[in-house]
Structure formats: C-alpha cells, structure tokens
Design a protein around this ligand. Sequence first.
Ligand SMILES: Nc1nc2c(c(=O)[nH]1)N[C@H]1C(S)=C(S)[C@@H](COP(=O)(O)OP(=O)(O)OC[C@H]3O[C@@H](n4cnc5c(=O)[nH]c(N)nc54)[C@H](O)[C@@H]3O)O[C@H]1N2
Ligand SMILES: Nc1nc2c(c(=O)[nH]1)N[C@H]1C(S)=C(S)[C@@H](COP(=O)(O)OP(=O)(O)OC[C@H]3O[C@@H](n4cnc5c(=O)[nH]c(N)nc54)[C@H](O)[C@@H]3O)O[C@H]1N2
Ligand SMILES: [Mo]
Length: 768
Amino acid sequence: MASKKVVKNGAVPPEKFTGEGSITAPSKKAAGLTGVKVAIQHLSEEIGVDAVASLAPKMNQFDGFDCPGCAWPDPDEKRSFLAEYCENGAKAIAEEATTKKADPDFWSKYSVFELSQFTDYDLGKSGRITHPMLLEEGGTHYRPIAWTDAFSIIAQELKALNSPDEAVFYTSGRTSNEAAFIYQLFVRCFGTNNLPDCSNMCHESSGVALNRTLGLGKGSVKHEDFEKAEVIMIFGQNPGTNHPRMLASLEAAKKQGAKIIAVNPLKEPGLLRFSNPQGVSLLKSTAISDHYLQVRINGDMALLKALLYLMLEAEDAEPNSVFDQDFIQKHTLGYKELITDIRSYDFNELVSMSGVSEKEIRDVSTLLIEKKRIIICWAMGITQHKNGVATIQDIVNVLLLKGSIGKPGAGTCPVRGHSNVQGDRTMGIYEKPSEAFLAKQEQVTGVSMPRKHGWDAVESIEAMAESKAGVFFAMGGNFLSASPDTWTTARALENCSLTVHVSTKPNRSHVIHGKRALILPCLGRSENDVQQEGNQFVTVENSMGVVHQSQGDRKPASDLLKSEATIVAELAHAYFGDDHAVDWLALVANYDRIRDLISEVIPGFDNFNARVRQKGGFYLPNGPRDLSFTNKEQKGLLTVNKLEKLNMEGAQYVLMTIRSHDQFNTTVYGLDDRYRGVFNERRVLFMNPVDMKNEGLKQGDVVNLIGHYKGERRVAHRFMPIPYDIPSGNTAAYFPETNVLVPLDSTADESNTPTSKAVMITIEKQST
Ligand SMILES: Nc1nc2c(c(=O)[nH]1)N[C@H]1C(S)=C(S)[C@@H](COP(=O)(O)OP(=O)(O)OC[C@H]3O[C@@H](n4cnc5c(=O)[nH]c(N)nc54)[C@H](O)[C@@H]3O)O[C@H]1N2
Ligand SMILES: Nc1nc2c(c(=O)[nH]1)N[C@H]1C(S)=C(S)[C@@H](COP(=O)(O)OP(=O)(O)OC[C@H]3O[C@@H](n4cnc5c(=O)[nH]c(N)nc54)[C@H](O)[C@@H]3O)O[C@H]1N2
Ligand SMILES: [Mo]
C-alpha cells in the first residue's frame, strides 16, 4: 500500500546532506579510550562537567537506576567499581539528563510546520519537555494546557468513539513494569486489547518461534552462562554499538576458552576487537570473533541448514557423538522429521545460498560437532526478515540436537532492545493476551476484560489509515519514525481525531498529528519520583528475566512532570470517575500497591514487594532453563522449516536498514558512526566496491534509493554511496531515514514484523 504524500510534508527528516561528512577506514576495535572520551563529551555537553561525576556512578548499581539504553543484564554478583555503564549508555543518560528545555517559549517560537523541518538530531537536541502541551484543531503552535484539561480532552474523545476498539494504545519499551501494568489494566478496563508495542517491530519473531518450540517467548541463558560456554554464535547483531556491555561478557567468555562466531553481512568493527573501558589496561584489546561468517543478507537459514547437514554427516559416521541422543529422546519431539528434512538438501546449494565459503562453514561445523555447551545470540538481523520465525526455529533445532538447552553455558539468547521491552510484555502489553491472563485479571479486579484480540503495530497503522480508529495514544516512543512506510503511517496519524504522546523529548510524532494533539511530559528513569506516600522506585526486567529495582534521584526537569504510572492513573480517574472497581489514585500513591496487584495477576511475582527489595532482584521462572517445557506438547519441538529464496521483485539490491553508533532508534545522539568510519553524515549507503564500480559510482556521488514492492515504487532521496566490506548485491543504510522504503505490508510470516532488513531497491544516480 504505497501511499501518496500526505497533506503536510515533514514526516521525513530533511533530505539533505550536512555538507561536512567524511569517511575514513573502519575502526579496528570497539570501546577503548575513545569510547570513554566520547561518553564524557556527550555528558558534559548536556549536563555540565560537574554533574557527570555524580551521575555516572549511579547507573546500573544495585541502589541506582537502570540504564535507559539497552536490556543487556548486569552481573548477578559483582558490579564494577567503575560503574556498569558504557559509552552509549552514557549518551542515553545525557539525552535524558540534559539541562536544555523544550519549554512553552520553545513551542511558541516554532510552529509545528517549522518543527517538522528540523532534522531529527535538532528536534531531539531541543531539550526536555516541561509542560503538557495541546495543539488545537487547525492550530499552528502547541500551547501549554493544565493536566486536568488534558485528561478531560482524552476522556471525552474516548467516550465519543463508537467502540473502545477504535482507540489504539502503543507502548515503547522503556516503560517500567508498574507503569506498563497499570496502563494495560486501564486499556482493558476501557474495553480493548489494541495494545501494539515496539516489540511488534523488534523481537516479535523471537517470541513466536521460542513460544512454539520451547514454551516461553524469552531467552534461556543467564549472564553467568557466558563464562561457561564453549561456543557462542552471534547472528545479526551489532553489540559494539547496541549492547556494548555484552562485549565485556564476550571478553570474559574468551578468557575461559570459548570460541566466538559472528554471522553478519557487514564486517562490524565491534565484533572484531574490544578494548574494555573498565579493564586493567585500556591499551590492550581482545580479539572477539574467532570466525566471522560474512553471510549474504538473509543467508542465515541456508547457513544453519548447511551446518546441520555437516553435523548430521558426522553423527551418521559415529552415532551419538554429535547429537545428544539421550536428551533428544527425553526432551524433544520431531527428530525423525527433522533428520529426513536435513537429508533432503543439496549441500552445495546451501553453501552457495548462504554466501559463506565451504571452508569456513566446515571449520565452524567442527566446533559445533565437537563442543557441547553452545549459546546462540541473535537480534534484528534475524527477526526483521520474512522468514525470521523460521530461521529462529532452525537456531533452536541446532541447540536442541546438541542438548544445549537447560544446562550451564548453553541456550538461547535473543538480545533484547529497549531496556524494559521484555518486562512490558510480561506485564500484559500485548495485543493477543492469553485467556489465562485475562481471566485472572478479571477475577482479581472484578472488571470484565475484553476477549477479542487487538491490532499489532502494522495492523494499527492500517486501521488508522482506513479510519477504523480515531484515537492514538502512545506511552513513549516515536511511532511515526519507528514504523514502516513513513508516508502511510503519517496519513494514519493525521486521520485520527486525537493523537496523544507521553514523552520526555520532542520527536517527529509530535509534529505529524491528529486533528487535535497532546504531549504529556513524563519523568525519566534517572529522576526522583515522589508520590503521595513518599519516594517511589520502579522495577524492570532485563534480557535474561531478572526483575530488579530502578530508582532515580535527580531533580526532575520540571515541577510539572508526572510519572508514567500517574499519568495513566489520573487519566483512568478522569475517564471512570470516583466509582470504579479499581481505585486508580490509591494505586499510584504508593507503587507497592501496583506491585501487590501484579503479584496476584502475573505468575512468578509472588511476594513481589519483598523479593524485589533484595539486592539484585530475582529471576522469573524460566521453563526451558529448567527443562520444563510449557507448550502443549511439554517437550522441546524440533521443527521442519522451509528454505525460501528472497524475492527480489525485479530489484537489484537488498537493503538492510540499521543503526549507526550515534543513535538510539529514532533519537539521533550525534552524526558519527565512529566504528564504521563515517563522520558527520547520516545519508550514506554502504555498498560493495565492485557493485559501485559496475554502477559507475564513486564516493561523493549522490544517489536516490528506489524501493520495489508489488509493483509499487517508493523513493528515499539523496544518499552518498561509500565502499564497504559487504557482499555484492547487499547494501545498508540507517533508519529512520530509510523507513519510507519499508512497505507496510511486507512483514515476517506469523510475527507480522516489518521486513526492515530486506528492502528491495534499485539505485539511481542523481545528476548534480
Ligand atoms: N546505542 C544503541 N543501543 C541500542 C539501540 C540503538 O538504537 N542504539 N536500539 C535498541 C533496540 S530497540 C534494539 S532492538 C537493539 C538492536 O540491536 P541490533 O540488532 O544489533 O541492531 P541493528 O543495527 O538493527 O543491527 C542489526 C545487525 O544485523 C546485521 N544484519 C542485517 N541483516 C542481516 C542478515 O540478514 N543476517 C545477519 N546475520 N545479519 C544481518 C547488520 O549488519 C547489523 O550488524 O539495540 C538496542 N540498543
Ligand atoms: N527501518 C527500521 N525501522 C525500525 C527498526 C529497524 O531496525 N529498521 N527497528 C525497530 C525496533 S527494533 C524498535 S524497538 C522500534 C523503536 O520504536 P520506538 O520505541 O517507538 O522509538 P524510540 O526511538 O525508541 O522512541 C524515542 C522517543 O521515546 C521518548 N522517550 C524516551 N525516554 C522516555 C521515557 O522514559 N518515557 C517516555 N514516555 N518516553 C520516553 C522520547 O520522546 C523519544 O523521542 O523501531 C523499529 N523500527
Ligand atoms: Mo528494538
């Protein structure tokens, strides 16, 4: 559904160059002294040198606040004296703790149209939002509004809908457990399951695949397993930038003799070498990857099948030497079917589809054949593909055949994105809740819960674009820029009668809006949260299922800020009035009450308030970790997954849309992608040097990217091609600039995740 431009432009960042971009050779290692320097620079620019010293040591300590960056866990026992933070965590906190203010003066100085002409970088750098703001129908500027008036506008608009299913309630993954729980409770009391979240565009494929095969949509490894593993595979993930603290875990694993295998079309410097900023000597660095398999984009499944093929060959030669037959017999189903399927492939064809050399595949297969404790990690390079679910199921096949689930040093490790995205799901932020969850919540609260499943992110955009929904409410995030098919998403938001964003900082979703629009400013993680009964802490769940406290102690950016939980409670109170089965205001007077309710509704949270007060928090139950599978077969499922070629649709290149080192999703921290050697420019296209030559392109040329899908054409203007170590036929560029090219209806099978890592394009040279 390619859509014509919406009435207003400005849905995409200005399509122009900084004019000062420069390209150098990619860096040879990640972190190190430069990382420390850059971290301090970002913090000093935003909050001043003095404040840096008091802030950084609080991050990720037992009594501090959880880093608002990624979801990589902290060590269970030891926390470094130098603080468990990283360069990009420091940038995340600088972004939140900034002393700059997007106050009423700011909003009266710039019209919404003028703001839409800002770059994403400039929008974000305008500072923290200090007041609730309203954009009236036909208005040109946001104006401050009282909180009570804001809540009554929302309540009125919700009441005016024909059905609760005409409202959409989005969540980004920074929201605390307490806020997420009370939010979904309000939405369901209101009467809908339309609770899409950023997971829909992120790890949904992991959730679907892991739920089916192992009975739990989360990973099975613990932090400590990294030091016990013999082999760690990292598929489609760039930890040097997106999960920097993972490099320290990998370094520790290597010290214990683990072999690390990176699988990635790009030679990511962050996967090659690492110099630990918290290590003894910053000048020493560790080689991270022992093998670097430079697959073709989406060549992962062919690679996995080639590895399975060689493993089976070795197992045939010496039964029970490769596969763990005892484990397979006790804990799995589907062995025979899988083996028959593996035999049916032509090995040479698998090798050629993967894009990796036969020798490298054979070398890596030897490790998988000989070793018994294997961890496989993956992220967006796997999930954001049409066959994302199937590829993850093949990852699970490898692990189950090796008996590498439910034992130390082994297991699945989907590396999560947002710092509490996993916790939000646990709290019920999900458009397809289980009957058990709804029934329990109904029983505990006495309010009947809607049963009809709701819309995910893509379905919500479709519904709004077709005017089936009229109110869009976002708990955090930047829905416009994070979603696929920017012009269609813009039209969807503009179709609403009201759009509401609970936000900390201005972003593009505030300037592409419904007839009326509200911005509700909230507290950030690092800020002190005082409610009626005193200081509050919140809780979060990391990528490995540890639930722990997070407590900020900085003075809030403005006296008018409210916590996310309070915003929900006051909205619920405005909507339901005093006589509702749930006492919303009492719940937020002391978050212990929300946690008591969570204890009653959600399994694994018994005695929540006491257990979360213990140092480091507690692990949630994890079936696969304990070899108790809760899927209906009560066994680990070996699955047969069909191998399909990417459908090129007449395009010449596959484009993956990725993150630079200087951004957090749609928040642009800076304009450098330091490890990859790109400085001061975001509109770059990474290309194979031979492809560039064949296209008659040289560095400094300007190209337009033309997307092809179902005969539709989409364009992203003005990119600078740069030669890079990437397979021929493959290209890469940053999102959100390239989200105009991602078709809304091109999604992964079953998980409905946009296929952001396989956009079919041709490249047109612009005459300059
Ligand atoms: N600093 C920082 N930290 C972040 C974020 C951020 O934006 N900035 N975002 C957070 C979020 S929400 C998430 S989900 C994570 C994202 O973390 P990542 O998944 O690491 O993020 P991407 O940049 O999307 O990178 C995907 C990697 O997959 C590779 N890739 C692409 N296609 C393929 C493929 O077909 N096969 C293989 N094997 N590899 C492929 C790319 O080359 C790239 O290295 O990070 C989280 N942490
Ligand atoms: N093409 C392409 N598109 C993608 C991806 C990709 O790889 N390629 N990745 C996808 C992925 S993995 C994800 S997770 C999504 C991300 O989608 P989102 O989560 O929607 O986007 P973010 O950019 O993380 O949201 C940033 C905004 O959150 C607000 N914010 C920051 N901190 C807080 C807070 O503490 N509370 C509240 N209420 N608001 C806060 C700020 O106003 C900021 O502007 O994007 C997806 N989109
Ligand atoms: Mo994500």
